[in-house]
Design a protein around this ligand. Structure first.
Ligand SMILES: Nc1ncnc2c1ncn2[C@@H]1O[C@H](COP(=O)(O)OP(=O)(O)O)[C@@H](O)[C@H]1O
Ligand SMILES: [Mg+2]
Length: 325
């Protein structure tokens, strides 16, 4: 949060266009000695998106986020915020980002409200009404007069988010916002993020927990060993390779016939005896017609989808085998 302290609260970079690219990294790289923490990362986020930045521990998520927040400098590559170069105009651009990185540095001996007053005084131009609005937004009104020392971890996290929201930022960057929260806290944080996106904010948040990301974001960027290994909409990531899952009585006989077709060489039976097969002309209707005509009427026929968990681990594994450490 200290990145706000030097900057003004004026939004002097002009109005935001629809579909504007809020964040773009170009070949962003950060080395620590011989170790490449972030390796030529190209990432793009459009206004209104909620993007999950996913990867195992040590993948390079926090390093990337710290560069975007201007807390550390890239070794190579560039960062553009709202279409402008971060390195050239940090004082204009950084106040438009709200961030929650690691445990927020709150004053434990002060009340929640006095924390917001203190941070607001540093940022400048934060009214009492703004503090009221932000307290309501994160659901802490009832506890705002209590010392932060008495807050649960989830409440501290939400107060940290309130600080990040004081400037009414266009882009929120949250590093592992669910870390350390109990299941109820995780649900609260997720609902809060949903509401913020509905209000027009753009959110980039990192996580090493796939389930967390899958439930909330519109897109995931997967990073491993500093490299981007996937950047896709959730549906694209889980969509199958044009195969169908078919339940039918004589699956083995149907399989033998399908494997004789030019389009069916990759067909197989899964462990539960279901037929997994491509289809003629990539169409479920054609596959269904083929099976009927051949005397194998299917009981059910659905496009195959992949489990995101499997996709994630196969991305991480294939990437590691290509020579990372
Ligand atoms: N200040 C630092 N000095 C040396 N190495 C670092 C430093 N910060 C991070 N690293 C290394 O960079 C890599 C990426 O770390 P990090 O960005 O924290 O990953 P993540 O947030 O995805 O868990 C790791 O190998 C980590 O040990
Ligand atoms: Mg991290």
């Amino acid at each position: 949060m200290s990145n706000h302290s030097i900057a003004t609260t004026m939004k002097n970079t002009g109005p935001i266009q629809e579909n504007e690219i809020v964040l773009r990294t170009s070949d962003l790289t950060r080395r620590y000695g011989d170790r490449v923490a972030v390796n030529q990362l190209n990432l793009e986020i459009q206004r209104g998106e909620i993007v999950g930045f996913l990867g195992p521990n040590g993948a390079g998520k926090t390093t990337t986020i710290r560069m975007i927040l201007g807390l550390i400098k890239p070794t190579a590559g560039r960062i553009a915020l709202f279409g402008r170069d971060l390195a050239s105009e940090p004082a204009h651009l950084l106040p438009r980002i709200g961030a929650l990185v690691e445990m927020p540095a709150l004053y434990l001996h002060l009340t929640g409200r006095d924390n917001l007053r203190a941070f607001g005084a540093v940022f400048g131009g934060v009214s009492q009404q703004r503090i009221d609005a932000v307290m309501a937004r994160v659901g802490l009104q009832a506890r705002q007069k209590d010392r932060v020392r008495t807050y649960s971890l989830g409440m501290k996290q939400r107060l940290g988010l309130a600080v990040a929201l004081l400037n009414n930022p266009d882009l929120l960057i949250l590093d592992e916002p669910a870390n350390g929260l109990d299941p109820a806290g995780i649900v609260e944080m997720r609902e809060l993020m949903h509401r913020l996106v509905n209000e027009g904010k753009t959110i980039l948040f990192s996580s090493h927990l796939l389930a967390e990301v899958q439930q909330i974001c519109t897109r995931v960027a997967v990073i491993n060993a500093g490299k981007l290994v996937a950047d896709k909409k959730i549906e694209e990531l889980t969509r199958g390779q044009g195969e169908y899952v078919v339940q039918l009585e004589q699956a083995r006989a149907a399989l033998a016939l399908i494997q004789q077709q030019s389009w069916g060489k990759k067909a197989y039976l899964d462990t539960t005896g279901k037929l997994i097969t491509p289809s003629p002309q990539d169409s479920g209707r054609e596959l269904s017609a083929f099976l009927f005509q051949a005397g194998f009427p299917p009981e059910s026929l659905t496009p195959a989808t992949q489990n995101l968990e499997q996709v994630f681990f196969s991305l991480i594994n294939s990437n590691s085998q290509k020579g990372a450490e």
